[in-house]
Design a protein around this ligand. Structure first.
Ligand code: ADP
Ligand code: GLC
Length: 471
């Protein structure tokens, strides 16, 4: 089958979170299964653009409301990522360094989507399925079906994957003219609660909807930032497919970011060597369990609970463990995490910002990875941690529930708790410290974790089955 993935992120071209990792890996594994998967994304000004070879494959123009824009599609020449990669350039809108966070994101992503559909309309040989990801590409199924200029695309099946339903891309009806002339009777396919809602529109118009874990799909019916009734109504076309991890990138034996590689057999020494570097860099003690957090410092990740949970753990359990936090996000949380460094020196440290290399080092060198998420559609961090022999401490939600089994259960290998509350996090940390003190058990769990299989093969095939059901 030929699949065109459309996304705002794709690792290593541009990544803000797990969406980038997924779109950088899934197409590669679909190709390995004998299909032809391609990716199209915006042409941001990132390092990948300047360090690779490109050819122009198409030039076109369209309008965003009353303003005309021209776009150029370029293709990476050497199949560097294991799939055909296309970037769309729109001067003045997409030519930025960051993926998100600009005042005109609505205009940026709407014009990107228009350019994708406009370009697709001109392909002679059409893909078998268009697979869009999250709200930044959620208007594409509508445009393929209800914009007059693109009517001939309406028989191409579309699939939307929801990586995160918290963000929906809402825009006022005053922007309805941005979308190329469309059948006005179909306004209900764009609308949710009196606004144009690209995510809701994607759910309504795509032929199939997938989410990135089964538990998250269940949760969306009662907790999806206003879309609960829609998920209930559309449940017949929804399915949950767990993400995999790219084991070619995330492998402690070959990881190019690591100075000390290791296998299951050499995990104890390898992890210790990586921990030593971290402890030295961040002024922490090598003989204490190292508990790390890596991620966006936002409410969904319960990052606001970290300062008190860390403080309480050190106070109530005693100074038996060390903490290291890497992340960026809400300024108040960033500031709190920074200001704690002085009073908890020697037991706690943090690096505010995004740092791919350090994150790999932390997965490798830590003993535990903490994820107290309030919402976690899938979560990749816990799977990376486990592949690197690091024990996950997670709240039972979404993909965390589906991937981590508590040490209290038969063959369990993680520490789980039910609520995103400081007391429960502290108690989970207490359980983790107790586990660490049992060196034999800790070593057995490290080995067990590294042997778990979170590779993409099964999930990539499940997506193919979804596409095939649409033929
Ligand atoms: P989300 O997409 O919700 O942020 P995921 O667990 O799916 O969560 O994926 C997060 C990805 O982003 C992982 O690859 C993680 O290592 C990475 N990441 C998050 N924050 C940082 C950071 N500050 N520095 C480096 N990598 C980060
Ligand atoms: C989102 C979710 C995260 C998921 C990722 C990739 O950003 O928050 O849980 O792992 O997408 O699907």
């Amino acid at each position: 089958m030929e699949i065109l993935h459309v996304s705002a992120e794709c690792y290593p071209v541009a990544k803000a979170g797990g969406l980038g990792d997924v779109v950088g890996a899934l197409p590669k594994y679909q190709n390995l299964l004998g299909h032809v998967a391609k990716v199209v994304m915006p042409m941001y000004r990132t390092k990948f653009l300047y360090t690779n070879d490109w050819e122009v494959v198409h030039k076109g123009g369209s309008s965003l409301g009353y303003s005309w824009f021209e776009y150029t599609v370029i293709k990476e020449k050497n199949n560097k990522l294991g799939f055909d990669l296309y970037l769309i350039d729109i001067n003045g809108l997409l030519d930025r360094e960051k993926v998100y966070g600009y005042d005109d994101d609505t205009e940026r992503f709407t014009s990107f989507q228009i350019a994708v559909v406009d370009w697709l309309a001109q392909w002679q040989h059409k893909p078998d399925v268009v697979h869009v990801h999250d709200h930044h590409t959620g208007l594409i199924p509508f445009m393929m079906q209800h914009c007059y200029a693109y009517h001939h695309l309406k028989n191409i099946p579309s699939v939307i994957t929801i990586h995160n339903a918290q963000y929906q891309g809402w825009m006022g009806w005053d922007k309805a003219h941005y979308i190329p002339t469309w059948d006005g009777w179909k306004w209900g396919q764009l609308d949710w609660q009196d606004a144009i809602n690209p995510l809701a529109s994607g759910i309504k118009c795509a032929w199939k909807v997938t989410t990135v874990s089964r538990s998250y799909l269940d949760e969306l019916k009662y907790m999806s930032n206003g879309l609960e009734d829609l998920f209930e109504f559309e449940k017949g076309k929804c399915s949950g497919i767990l993400n995999g991890i790219d084991t070619a990138v995330w492998d402690p034996q070959t990881d190019s970011y690591l100075d000390n590689h290791y296998t299951v057999a050499t995990a104890a020494a390898g992890k210790l060597a990586n921990k030593e570097i971290l402890c030295k860099q961040f002024n922490l003690a090598i003989d204490k369990p190292l508990i790390v957090f890596i991620g966006r410092l936002v409410g969904e990740k319960a990052a606001d609970l970290l300062p008190q949970a860390i403080g309480d753990s050190l106070y109530y359990i005693g100074q038996k463990m060390n903490f290291l936090v890497l992340g960026s996000g809400e300024p108040a949380v960033e500031q709190q995490l920074e200001s704690m460094r002085g009073s908890l020196m020697g037991y706690y440290n943090s690096q505010i910002g995004y740092n791919e290399k350090l994150s790999h080092h932390m997965y490798a060198g830590a003993d535990f990875l903490l994820m107290p998420s309030r919402v976690e559609p899938c979560g990749l961090n816990q799977m990376y941690a486990m592949r690197y022999g690091t024990v996950p401490i997670v709240r039972r939600t979404g993909g965390l529930r589906d991937t981590v089994k508590d040490i209290g259960e038969i063959n369990g290998y993680g520490v789980c708790f039910n609520n995103a509350a400081v007391g429960e996090i502290t108690n989970a940390i207490y359980r983790a410290v107790t586990l660490y003190e049992d060196a034999k058990k800790m070593q057995a769990i490290t080995e067990q974790l590294m042997n778990l299989d979170f590779s993409w093969e099964t999930s990539a095939q499940q997506y193919i089955e979804v596409y095939q059901s649409l033929r």
